[in-house]
Design a protein around this ligand. Structure first.
Ligand code: KG4
Ligand code: ZN
Length: 342
């Protein structure tokens, strides 16, 4: 009988489940997004996200199990992302996982969402990705980790204000692109001139600091569009080319910061390999430019597959590492919403 785990993910605004077997094969995966619920607020509203998870989690689990065509007896553990994330959203996933553990008499495995984003880089690969420099670039995080093994992580540095994805989403709003604007802004940037406007690259000129800051860059774009002290973007009179030029110039500034700090981190840590996950890791130009720069200094670059960059439950395959050594979690476990340093 083939052994599988059921993995759940509900850290932000995606409700996801996956069934993964002991060889890492994905038997089924399902993700329910909530974009339409948050669009009018131009950002994720935590309370709405939690309520939507509550409605979706059981149907998503049911669908995933039926798609996989497995028997409940085959499930050897229930994995769930318990940190970091929105408290209410995390709680829905954890409570669902605990309920199933009790009902089906299965052990619980807690998954760190950040670790899972990096672990996604190794899925389907014959050799381990560890040790590596882990770079999580998402809507909530822009952080660099020294990763010695699946269980040994050390935070090297991260953003001191906005995350890269958050900056993409906020500048997208300024340009009238509906939430979540990151991927659409990237698409618009394809027809723009990235040299049109010289937006700042905060902290880039100090390679000793493995930190990022995107809030000043975001403000620079706002000043450029509407002027100091103004917030109203509805009266903007930009033609399509000007919008594309702003998008391209902004995107290039973000990517230059991400690439510059990744190179600095490789040099500082002397790690040979960098693994990149999180929603922004799906950005085509970022993938191209980072690969070029890291390979030019002799490093190896592994991006998560594009379909596993944004939130999903397949990356919960990380839980197999704990299942193999019988490292299970107590049903007393609580969620940990804040950033985890190790
Ligand atoms: O990893 P993720 O699904 O959720 C978090 O854990 O935060 O990342 C979502 C973020 C959003 O900010 C979204 O706009 C951004 O990733 N994103 C992108 C692209 N695809 C997703 N940003 C830039 N270019 C993209 N192609
Ligand atoms: Zn994520």
């Amino acid at each position: 009988m083939r052994k599988v785990i059921l993995a759940l993910e509900s850290t932000c605004d995606e409700t996801a489940a996956a069934i993964i077997d002991e060889d890492g094969k994905v038997c089924a995966s399902a993700v329910a997004g909530q974009e339409e619920l948050h669009q009018e607020f131009q950002g994720v509203v935590p309370e709405i996200a939690a309520r939507a998870h509550l409605e979706r989690i059981v149907p998503i689990i049911d669908l995933t199990i039926r798609k996989a065509g497995i028997e409940i007896d085959q499930i050897v553990a229930i994995a769930v992302a318990t940190q970091p994330g929105l408290p209410g959203s995390l709680l829905v996933g954890l409570c669902a996982a605990k309920g199933l553990c009790l009902a089906w008499n299965k052990p619980l495995v807690a998954v760190n969402h950040i670790h899972a984003h990096i672990y996604a880089c190794g899925l389907g690969k014959p050799t381990s990705i560890f040790p590596c420099l882990g770079f999580v670039v998402s809507g909530g995080h822009t952080h660099l980790y020294r990763c010695e093994s699946f269980a040994d992580w050390k935070l090297l540095g991260g953003t001191i204000d906005d995350a890269a994805g958050e900056a993409f989403d906020k500048v997208a709003v300024m340009l009238g692109i509906p939430f979540p604007g990151g991927p659409r802004l990237a698409k618009l940037a394809e027809s723009g001139n990235e040299k049109a406007y010289a937006f700042p690259r905060p902290l880039l000129d100090d390679p000793s600091r493995l930190e990022f800051s995107f809030s000043g860059l975001k403000t620079a774009v706002r000043y450029h569009l509407v002027g100091k002290g103004k917030q109203d973007f509805t009266q903007l009179k930009l033609d399509e080319q000007q919008r594309a030029d702003v998008a391209a110039s902004f995107q290039r500034a973000v990517i230059d910061c991400l690439v510059g700090k990744a190179v600095a981190a490789i040099r500082q840590t002397k790690l040979q390999r960098i693994c990149i996950g999180g929603g922004v890791a799906a950005n085509r130009l970022f993938r191209e430019l980072l690969a070029q720069r890291i390979e030019s200094i002799g490093g190896e670059v592994i991006f998560a597959p594009p379909e596993l960059c944004t939130d999903n439950a397949v990356m919960g395959a990380l839980a197999w590492e704990k299942v193999r050594i019988q490292q299970f979690d107590s049903l007393d476990l609580d969620v940990t919403p804040g950033l985890v340093r190790g």
